[in-house]
Write a protein that binds this ligand. Sequence first.
Ligand code: 4NP
Length: 149
Amino acid sequence: MKILMVCLGNICRSPLAEGIMKEKFRQQGIAAEVDSAGTAAYHVGEPPDDRSREVAAKHGIDISGQRARQFEVSDFNRFDKIYAMDSQNLSNIAALARDDSDLEKVEMILNESYPGENRQVPDPYYGGKNGFEKVYQMLDEACEKISRG
Ligand code: 4NP
């Protein structure tokens, strides 16, 4: 299983999703590849936002080694499943799909925990720390579902 987590900047939500997903697979002894990317290039090369690093650390996960990168078309070749945090990310990824097989890999991540509801992981960038804890909880629930198949 090869999973890519995608948000806008790849510094707040998708780094958390990557860290949580890797930890679930590690705990369950499942071999998988997990990475993350952003649809935008603003933060390429940067580590995750301090607030994401803090909330991850609070839950025992170290995401400080991650660096932001932009989503690219070749990611459709590299990954089996591409999870978008919100509908804007989803449409930006879908716009790059070359065919139906690419498109079928893309899913809203919260549809794993709330099938068919197209719920969004809210962008916490301009909010307070509480927003990051909420995002963590949403992603933890979705990643738990993903890891249990
Ligand atoms: P992310 O959050 O998409 O969860 O990484 C954001 C990070 C940066 C910006 C927007 C959202 N920005 O506009 O710079």
